[in-house]
Design a protein around this ligand. Structure first.
Ligand SMILES: Cc1ncc(COP(=O)(O)O)c(C=O)c1O
Length: 456
């Protein structure tokens, strides 16, 4: 018997609409609040940061939003992305489970991030914007926005979290190849960056700090807007092309997932694969278990508080209700830079609060071990962030083995790790630490959460 390994869709089968989970949720998302007045904000409050088309997507409750044709044309450079059946991994694990993975590393940047970088650049260009500022943790998002900026003739300025800037010099080189400028954060370019450096000159940086720097510059100039690579509703919605394609491909494989898994930093690739399946169940279809895999060093979903908090460390963003470790929390300098964010997407947090998803935290070393097992079986070297999803999928497959169950597991392999080989080297030489976060720092960051009366 020959085994089918890849499930491929034709370009003509690529989704024409993004899926908006806000249409199907049993309870609406809590309001976003103005940081000064603590009152719900309106579209105009966000206008200095984002073009109106994206703001309207942020608050839309329409189930489907059409993907503009120029965006679909660019998506065709790598989409539809392949779905694989991990036959060899199943064999190595000796599991009766069927493991599928949706591989987003085929994009030019090497991850899922261009799925939202392209539409964000498109809508900004349409609105007459000339320059975009942003942050990047792993370097994947900065690369993706730089790529998108080059296609839409936009200047791009990226604040890369200091540890990641030092760990991955070639990410910066790729961003520069696309024509972007990349600075380590905290930087001397912004008032906020300078204030952080004054207190701690060797600060490793965090996504929360890099966001503050990018926002500070965006609001200073009319021709400049800010782009965020995760967390926001419209970003998560753009990523649903992952799950929508996966649904078609699972049907081609005559299978349906019992468990859907994604790693969670800000929540975008997880939402991308999971939200279409959650929506399917909310509309009366088969329910899958949905599992978020996060790092034990920055466990917002499993250890954070579901509360109103700032999206950034400098407190320039609106307040959203989310699972948070506190906006001043600086996670240890682990190698999964894309997962070092103090908060979680409000939509993912809301789904957790509603009991629609589960979450589990995994240590850095155990995730690298899982990534190496995966690479030796399937050939792809996953990004350190994606290793968290691999680890969770392996744990589920081993549970199936123990229980003698032949469940179907689907996970998002959000990116490759070709720029992360220094981290793999450290793992092989035994120098990779399981950095625990500082409990005292967490308690302090949580005690500093803004006090916000629950809106009516
Ligand atoms: C490959 C990869 N996976 C996952 C993430 C985490 O982001 P998100 O939770 O938004 O998918 C990142 C972030 O940079 C990433 O580069």
């Amino acid at each position: 018997m020959t085994l089918q390994t890849k499930y491929l869709l034709d370009e003509s089968q690529m989704p024409k609409f993004w899926y908006n989970i806000q249409a199907d949720l049993p309870k609406a998302l809590p309001a976003v609040l103005h940081p000064g007045t603590l009152q719900p904000i309106g579209p105009d409050d966000l206008a200095p940061l984002f073009p109106m088309e994206l703001i309207m997507q942020e608050v839309s409750t329409e189930r489907e939003i059409e993907i503009p044709e120029p965006v679909r044309d660019i998506y065709k450079l790598w989409r539809p992305a392949p779905l694989y059946r991990a036959h060899r991994l199943e064999k190595v694990l000796g599991t009766p489970a069927k493991i599928f993975y949706k591989y987003e590393g085929v994009s030019p940047a090497g991850s899922h991030k261009p799925n939202t970088a392209i539409p964000q650049a498109f809508y900004n260009q349409q609105a007459g914007v000339k320059r975009l500022t942003t942050e990047t943790g792993a370097g994947q998002w900065g690369t993706s926005l730089s790529f998108a900026g080059s296609l839409f003739d936009l200047e791009v300025l990226v604040f890369q979290v200091r540890v990641s800037y030092d760990q991955k010099p070639y990410r910066r080189a790729v961003m520069e190849t696309y024509g972007a400028r990349c600075l380590p954060s905290p930087s001397n370019e912004t008032q906020y960056g300078r204030s952080v450096l004054a207190q701690r000159p060797d600060h490793p940086g965090s996504l929360g700090i890099a966001i503050s720097e990018a926002v500070e510059l965006a609001v200073q100039r009319d021709d400049t807007k800010y782009a965020l690579g995760s967390v926001l509703n419209h970003v998560l919605m753009h990523q649903t092309v992952i799950g929508l394609e996966a649904m078609e491909q699972m049907q081609m494989a005559d299978a349906w997932p019992d468990v859907v898994i994604g790693c969670t930093g800000g929540g975008s690739n997880f939402a991308g694969i999971a939200f279409p399946f959650i929506g399917h169940a909310l509309r009366g279809g088969k329910r899958s278990r949905i599992l978020a895999a996060e790092p034990a060093s920055c466990p917002s979903l499993t250890r954070g508080k579901y509360a109103y908090d700032f999206g950034d460390t400098g407190h320039m963003t609106p307040l959203t209700k989310m699972h948070t470790l506190g906006s001043t929390f600086t996670p240890p300098a682990t190698h999964a830079g894309g997962l070092r964010y103090h908060g979680m997407a409000p939509l993912v947090s809301h789904c957790k609060d509603l009991g629609l998803i589960e979450a589990a935290a995994f240590s850095q070393k155990s995730c690298f071990e899982a990534g190496v097992t995966f690479a030796r079986a399937e050939g792809i070297v996953p990004a350190p962030e994606a290793n968290h999803a691999v680890k969770a999928a392996i744990e589920e497959a081993l549970r199936c083995k123990r229980e003698g169950k032949s469940e179907t597991i689907l996970f998002s392999l959000s990116g490759h790790g070709h720029f992360d080989m220094a981290a793999y080297q450290k793992y092989f030489s035994g120098d990779l630490a399981d950095d625990a976060y500082d409990e005292k720092e967490l308690a302090m960051a949580l005690s500093g959460l803004p006090s916000v009366p629950e809106p009516a």
